[in-house]
Each structure stands twice: as C-alpha cells, then as structure tokens.
Design a protein around this ligand. Structure first.
Ligand code: S3P
Length: 169
C-alpha cells in the first residue's frame, strides 16, 4: 500500500507522514528530501541553479521512482507536486492520496517562521505573505481536491491527524 500526503507548504505533510509511517511500519519518503539527496543540492540551490521548470522535472522523475518501488510506503509530497503535468493522475492511480487542509491563518503563522528553504516564499516580506498564500492556495486547491480524501488539519495535533488517517485507510 502507498499513502501520499499532500497540501500547501507548511500543512505538516512531512511530520505527519513520518509519524504515520512509524505507526504502520511502512517506509517513509519525503519528496523534497529525496530530490536533495539524489541531486546533492538543497531545494533552494536547485531553484537557483536550474530554475523552477527543471525543479518540476526533477519532482516528476523522483515521484515516479518512489511510486514504482515495490514496497509499502508513506510519501510526503512537495506543496506544488500535485499541480504540475499529470502528477495527480498517477498519484491517484497508484496510491491512496490524502489532502491535509489547513486554514490560511495557520499556514501564514507557520510559514512566516519557516521560509528559509522554501524558494517560492523566502523573499516575500511577512506583511505580504498572507496575500501571496491566499492567491497561491486558491490556484492550487482544485488539484489538492482531486485527492481520495481530504481532512481538516487546522488546530489538530499530529497524533490526532495520524489516528484520523488510520481510520480512513
Ligand atoms: C513547493 C513546496 C516545497 C518544495 C518547493 C516548492 C511548492 O515543499 O517542494 O519549495 O511549490 O509549494 P513543501 O511543501 O514541503 O514546503
């Protein structure tokens, strides 16, 4: 079984995927970490060196690699992964996909403190972050909504979310 967690930057995909994989005794993958490890560069460096289109190509290449593994796993995607090419189509065909839906204010609070390795927001001043995220999220929601399941991840503890996901799969 392959479980994919998706949602906007800062929604908690990586943390929840790690905890869930421990609970289920499945392998854990984080797509950004996997790309960094395989390319030997941080996400910021990949954006700087190759640009966003090449990053999206890497994302697809390594998404395929992980989804073709013959093992049980939990995968945390990058926030933009579902929104490019036919990524969502293969995710839906090969996995159980879960959208962690987190409210705008909570995303802003978290992301204002965690911008460093996130090239799309790192140079946006905190007083403009909410407007940027609101627009960006609005464009991305239709892709996220294609998931098999959507759960409200606002104001929930990681343990609550893991238990809720276990009830779905
Ligand atoms: C991105 C999200 C990031 C990372 C890259 C692009 C996006 O992942 O893949 O900076 O387009 O939303 P996280 O969602 O893990 O921050």
């Amino acid at each position: 079984m392959k479980i994919v967690l998706l949602g906007y930057m800062g929604c908690g995909k990586s943390l929840i995927a790690k905890l869930l994989s421990d609970k289920l005794n499945f392998n854990f993958y984080d797509l950004d970490d996997f790309i960094e490890e395989k390319e030997g560069l941080k996400i910021n460096q990949i954006f700087e060196k190759f640009g966003v289109i090449k990053f999206r190509n890497f994302e697809r290449k390594y998404l395929d690699k992980i989804l073709n593994k013959d093992e049980d796993l939990v995968l945390a995607l990058g926030g933009g992964t579902p929104c490019y090419g036919d990524n969502m189509k293969i995710i839906k065909n090969k996995t159980i996909s879960i959208f962690l839906n987190t409210k705008l204010n909570e995303l802003c609070t978290r992301l204002s403190k965690e911008k460093e390795n996130r090239p799309l927001i790192k140079d946006i001043p905190n007083d403009q972050l909410k407007e940027f995220i609101a627009k960006h999220l609005f464009e991305r929601i239709p892709f996220y909504e294609m998931s098999h399941y959507k759960i409200d991840a606002t104001s929930k503890t990681p343990d609550q979310l893991v238990t809720q996901i276990q009830g779905l799969i």
